[in-house]
Design a protein around this ligand. Structure first.
Ligand SMILES: Nc1ncnc2c1ncn2[C@@H]1O[C@H](COP(=O)(O)OP(=O)(O)O)[C@@H](O)[C@H]1O
Ligand SMILES: [Mg+2]
Length: 261
């Protein structure tokens, strides 16, 4: 739990409207609480302040879009939440744990058990079939779904034995999504998942992510610089120059299929 002094983003709402909000939006204790997170990259004499003090809470089952121009710190923030990077200062709590106190081995364990990552480029093993690419993860996870179930959930039940080169870009991204959700992660972190795809294919991929969030209840964060995608989210957090520039709750989520850009 965060200290009581930490104001929640929606703390300006009256308690009645807060309750109304909570009945349609995910609730309970936050899965993540970031406080005062900074990240400075140093190379020689130069310093890049990628994050300049981020306070953030993410709740179970939420669908959050992280918006902002290139260089605003989106990937840095996502990498810190996912245990790929550590802040220069500040704290990040995942449930009852402070990620910033963990060593590399603990962070590796955390990523393996709790975090699903999806990147712009799919990072599939070209010599392995779709099923085998997912099995790379399910073989080492504690309570995974089967590769077949994961691939069925992304609509690729018919393509289990195809190699990446035999799949379209959108299908390859769906294999990557199947691989990341097969371990039943607590959080799915997607960094520009549609960045390499045409609009129609991008929407298909977003529909898959939307459905998994609904069916599995996985807390989901999508990074994008495409403001249209923000309509899909429960909440939209906009970064600018390493800070949270705005923070908005959508009254209703738009379906991925309804998006146009
Ligand atoms: N490993 C790194 N070393 C040095 N600078 C970095 C590194 N990663 C990111 N940065 C810098 O930090 C800033 C934020 O980057 P990033 O989080 O990737 O932004 P975004 O994902 O919003 O495009 C940028 O100025 C970027 O050049
Ligand atoms: Mg980025």
């Amino acid at each position: 739990m965060p200290p009581a002094a930490s104001p929640r983003p929606e703390s300006t709402a009256s308690s009645a409207s807060l309750l109304a909000e909570r009945s349609t939006a995910p609730s309970g204790d936050p899965v993540f609480v970031a406080q005062g997170v900074t990240r400075v990259f140093r190379s020689g004499a130069t310093e890049v302040h990628a994050l300049r003090g981020i306070d953030l809470e993410l709740y179970a089952g939420e669908f959050v879009v992280l918006l902002g121009p290139s260089g605003s710190g989106k990937s840095t923030l996502l990498n810190i939440l996912g245990g790929l990077d550590v802040p220069t200062s500040g704290s990040v709590r995942f449930r009852d744990h402070d990620l910033t106190t963990w060593d590399d081995a603990a962070l590796t364990h955390y990523r393996r058990e709790h975090v699903g990552f999806v990147f712009q480029f799919y990072n599939l093993m070209p010599t392995l079939t779709a099923r085998e690419n997912v099995a790379v993860v399910t073989d080492i996870a504690r309570d995974p779904m089967s590769p077949e179930e994961a691939l069925r959930r992304v609509g690729l039940g018919e393509h289990l034995d195809r190699f990446p080169a035999e799949l379209s870009g959108g299908e390859q991204q769906r294999v990557a999504i199947a691989r990341s959700i097969a371990k039943r992660p607590d959080v799915l972190l997607c960094d520009e998942p549609t960045g390499a795809l045409d609009v129609k294919t991008g929407i298909t991929v977003l529909e898959v992510i939307e459905r998994l969030n609904r069916e599995l209840g996985t807390t989901t964060v999508i990074i994008t610089h495409n403001a249209v995608i923000a309509a899909m989210a429960d909440r939209v957090i906009t970064l600018s120059d390493g800070r949270i520039a705005s923070h908005q709750r959508n009254p209703a989520r738009a379906s991925a299929a309804s998006l146009v850009w």
